[in-house]
Design a protein around this ligand. Sequence first.
Ligand SMILES: [Zn+2]
Ligand SMILES: [Zn+2]
Length: 239
Amino acid sequence: MTAAVILSALAMTAIVALRYLAASGLFAWATRRVRPGLYAGLEPQIRREIGWSLASAAIYGVPAGVVAWGWDQRGWTQIYDGWGDYPLWYLPVSVLLYLFAHDTWFYWTHRLLHRPRWFRAAHAVHHASRPPTAWAAMSFHPLEAVSGAIVIPALVFLVPIHVAMLLIVLTIMTVMGVTNHMGWEMFPRALVYSKAGNWLITASHHQRHHDEYKCNYGLYFRFWDRLCGTDRGLSQRSA
Ligand SMILES: [Zn+2]
Ligand SMILES: [Zn+2]
């Protein structure tokens, strides 16, 4: 049993690391094509971003691997795989619930991480990327990585979700984590500057957090930033 749990944790670490390398690699390649020279001179920083991100992959992989083992072997979690187990309308609702719960956790822990003590102890690692690149997606101090790594493994015990919807949540998490840091906006202005765009976080929004620190703390939605008066709008630099 112990060996199976360790194996699952190792396998999940490898999956998270490969997912990071594939997603960041893809958007770093796109950046070279769309914004040639944007990362010029940032090679030492990129090496640090990759190092911290691969360490984070292990921190994300272990709880995910243990929970995946428990789901498979012990029937843990509320993850289901029958399309008829819950009403069909619940499929998109569960995705939104997960994104909103993750966003809420991220917003408040992120604000805490900007308190001077926590910033020096942990969050400075993420902000050492100036400006961040597509490789900064998981560039976190281990303390901060732990706070991020427990969210989805905890949620699957609380909120039912179809395994395919969970994969969608993880894909959104990966793609937005990378693209919000890559230094240019990939979404059309018609979306970013639309009514819906007013509530969504893309690169133009998170870039401003990296430029100015004390604003734009959210992950997917601008709900908490707007409610708490920390939303300063979009960066013009990455537009
Ligand atoms: Zn960031
Ligand atoms: Zn921050």
